[in-house]
Ligand binder design. Sequence first.
Ligand SMILES: [Zn+2]
Length: 396
Amino acid sequence: MLCLKKALLRCKTCGAEYDAGTARFRCDCGEPLDLVWDGAAIDTNERCQARRYAAFFPFDASEWTSLGEGGTPCVSIARFADELGLKEVAFKNESANPTWSFKDRGTAACIAHARALGYTKVGTVSSGNMAASVAAYAAAAGMEAFILVKGNVADEKLAPIAIYGAHLLRVAGPYDELYKESLRLGAERGIYYANSDVPFRAAGSRTIAFEIAEDRGFDVPDWVIVPTSAGGNIRGIINGFEDLLRAGLTKRMPRFMCAQARNNSPIVTAFANGWTQIRRAPDAETIAHAIDNPFPPSGNRTVAELRRLNGAAVSVPEEDIIRAQADMARAGLFAQPASCVPLGALRIARASGIVKEGESAVLVTTGGGLKYTTAFAAHKLEWRDCAIADLPDILK
Ligand SMILES: [Zn+2]
């Protein structure tokens, strides 16, 4: 069993605190919980997330199950900065993680927590990325995995999860009900449900913030733009920058922008209307499949965080998401549609004056383009057939 040091989980909404040494996934008030653990230093000689940022987690780093998550590149692309009149537009390329999405950071932290609590079974409720991530880390840790995938997930997305040897169930019914039912059944059957916004998943996402700051010599960009579904990732990234500030490693906070697909944007709608409570969005189709969550479990908290920190929330129409995917690919970065929503949001925010000339932005590219090949159909992709003998003419 892993060693878990004395740590707290705190509800930022009502202030309640819980012992992190128990299987506690949400506050009694219904809102999500955040790990309270004051780290102080980064071991810059270590590349592996678990060891590099060990001071920010209540575990002994040597006992983590790591597949080498984190340490992803932050790539600055000048053509987008030029287009938008910005000092810098950079992409934190999370497809460079072991299962090709940002989910591995939070999964590694959840697996460490689950092992510390003595669990031998883990699971998750996912539309794809998180399912693959939990299945992979469970396999690495020698744990049994019970993965619940929502009913509209295409067959082609199931094989890359099943390959890791997990029990895989495609479940019909509303996604948010599945989320609640998994936590209830997990408690009953001894399965640690490492869902989208549970405390240690958000705690793992903090390392995105740590790396963005480190890459810039502990300076921070003016904006960090995050494609947002459940809200766990953006919460974790915000917490990460707050931890750095508290540790004295940085001098200020960036501003945060929640980016959603316009067809399914409950957080943007609540933010724009001044609501404190999320209302269920119509479950419309979007090409940004990985973030189509009509009733996000961290929605209320995300809206509150954006208001508290002078952030923004922007929704992006389908055609702008497709254009962003094409433009990013033509700059060499092929991301899944959900991960192209931030560029669409930045363009809208720049045009409306939310983002000012000369500012800098880091966009979180949450997962790779091969995660959602259905999106190829949205582009006019062309090639031609020819014979070897034709090549001299064609390549003139
Ligand atoms: Zn609470």
